[in-house]
Design a protein around this ligand. Sequence first.
Ligand SMILES: Cc1cc2nc3c(=O)[nH]c(=O)nc-3n(C[C@H](O)[C@H](O)[C@H](O)COP(=O)(O)OP(=O)(O)OC[C@H]3O[C@@H](n4cnc5c(N)ncnc54)[C@H](O)[C@@H]3O)c2cc1C
Length: 702
Amino acid sequence: MATKKTDDIVEAAKKAAKKVAVKAAEAVLDVAEAVVEQAADAIKEATTPIITPEMAKIPAGALEQKWTNYKNHQKLVNPANKRRLDIIVIGTGLAGASAAASLAEMGFNVLNFCIQDSPRRAHSIAAQGGINAAKNYQNDGDSVYRLFYDTIKGGDYRAREANVYRLAEVSNSIIDQCVAQGVPFAREYGGLLDNRSFGGAQVSRTFYAKGQTGQQLLLGAYSALSRQIGKGKVKMYTRYEMLDIVLIPDENGEKRARGIIARNLVTGRIERFFAHAVVVGSGGYGNTFFLSTNAMASNGSAAMQMYRHGALFANPCYAQIHPTCIPKHGDFQSKLTLMSESLRNDGRIWVPKKLEDAKRLQAGEIKGRDIPEEDRDYYLERRYPAFGNLVPRDVASRAAKERCDKGYGVNNTGLAVFLDFSDAIQRLGKDVVAQKYGNLFQMYEKIVDEDPYENPMMIFPAIHYTMGGIWVDYELQTTVKGLFCIGEANFSDHGANRLGASALMQGLADGYFVLPYTIQNYLSDQIGVPRMSTDLPEFAAAEKAVQDKIDRLMAIQGKRSVDSIHKELGLVMWDFVGMGRTAEGLKEGIKKIDAIKKEFWTNVYIPGTADHLNNELEKALRLADFIEIGRLMAVDALHREESCGGHFREEYQTPEGEALRQDDKFSYVGCWKYMGEDQEPQLVKEPLDYEFTERKTRNYKS
Ligand SMILES: Cc1cc2nc3c(=O)[nH]c(=O)nc-3n(C[C@H](O)[C@H](O)[C@H](O)COP(=O)(O)OP(=O)(O)OC[C@H]3O[C@@H](n4cnc5c(N)ncnc54)[C@H](O)[C@@H]3O)c2cc1C
């Protein structure tokens, strides 16, 4: 008996010892794994290519002197030589049209392309609310520095200081230019230009033309463009879509952009065009999400063409979600409608305080006007007393989501909050409100079939603008020589979040006041380059690649419409790469996007033929690129382990639910280099050193 007991004790001791040994080994393994992981991260970090300020061509000197210094020392092209140089401009939005008109006015020969049947139907025409400038007409303390500072801060300290300062600096010239063109900006009773306020600023600096600012600015740019078309300096190609960029090596073997391959959308013909430089102002890629406030034809294909040729794609994950859009109302919807941010000047945002009221609203038993004042939660005014309803868009969007996630949504889907004008109507009178916002109210009534003067509007956040885009240096040149990128298509000056009314400012700054100078610095070396034949092998190869891609798509003849696959992509983007992102969700999203890519390339159905007008083929070509962009957005979002601006990683938030940046680790522009079809892209960093501003936690509370 005694021996058995001893044996048992020995056995138990052995087991215990084994357990301890296994645990110890596991702990050692964990430590080893962590060390290996850290070492791998360190190697990755050490081998990540870096873009220096010199490579970004940021001029030396004091912030306010940089642009002046640049202009004083840049190389110029004399008038006789300008006549010998051709420039292709893709796009006729505010960026493209202003660039094409200005370059032609200066004497260059411009070939200008757009998808639409008229330059003035570019997406820019949809812009409603206004354009910022530091005129300080209201005498409320505005200045170039303040506009610069608000833009840097609004972008959550993820933008380049030198570019943003230049943007603020030229903002005033834009207003002068547009007024001279006859743009009918709103005026005060005394005749002076009027201003209103937009989110993220405590001054009134937004110039506007009712709720149609983009349309009026585009008509101004279009008249300047038309003048040059009339003079023969701009050759306009409407209903043409660029499908590739042609690069030709120079005498040193360095590849330079020398032309494009474009499809005539009416005849289906593929054509070749030469130029000494190519400028792309093709707009943003928000339609990756299928449902967005962008125009239906807005796309990211031109950006992807640049990317595949070696231009870096910067900050693809930075997409802006706009808080005031008309909520989605059905599964067959193909577009979302924006209600301008300007409405937040006078409208107050709220949801019910009581869950039972929210439930009755969701069931359609009561209307917003039936809820008494004391039962309303003006949550933005409550959470952010200093800025109230005028907090920046990312903050307002997340706050709306937070309320709806908690069950306080006010429509049948539970995904809407109120934007209420009853106070403003009482304070100003219905006529004044109608004068300021009448066309927006009318639009709302037509879509929702409810009178917003009588009952508060319902709004919900939607994808609206993409801050990410093609990386450009201070000269707006990409990493490919001779290839420039302007407007929303470049990674721009807005950092991780765009403040309202600053995209029009950037597009027109790029086109009227920046590119016309900087492109000369490049072209001054090109005056000896003769016009090249489009019979060169590089043109032939590029055309063949485009034709092969079209043939491949047309041959699939599968079972799914382009839209059905695009909708599926949009849902994955919204659910996994949308307003709240997590590492787990992003990894899942990438897998789903890969599956969608496979489905697209094996099962899409494109009716008709490729040799004449074919809208489905156009959409399929764009969707092929949206799938790639969607993946790139997810990859970028996964690598950026912080929350900043429109990029909200749920793992990185303060206890109050605000975005938590990691300045020590992620204060850089995250650029991605194309490494080949189905290969993972390579990360390239441009560190952002804040020399002239102190990085602070954004605070809109006090
Ligand atoms: C509803 C709405 C309201 C807005 N309101 C405001 C506002 O009030 N204030 C503000 O500052 N911003 C606003 N914005 C943002 C602003 O309108 C856009 O960022 C800006 O207009 C983009 O201008 P863009 O010239 O860069 O591009 P776009 O206006 O999008 O023009 C792109 C051009 O490129 C062409 N194109 C594209 N791809 C190709 C191709 N492959 N080949 C040939 N041509 C091509 C198109 O045909 C088009 O001409 C708003 C945006 C939306 C969606």
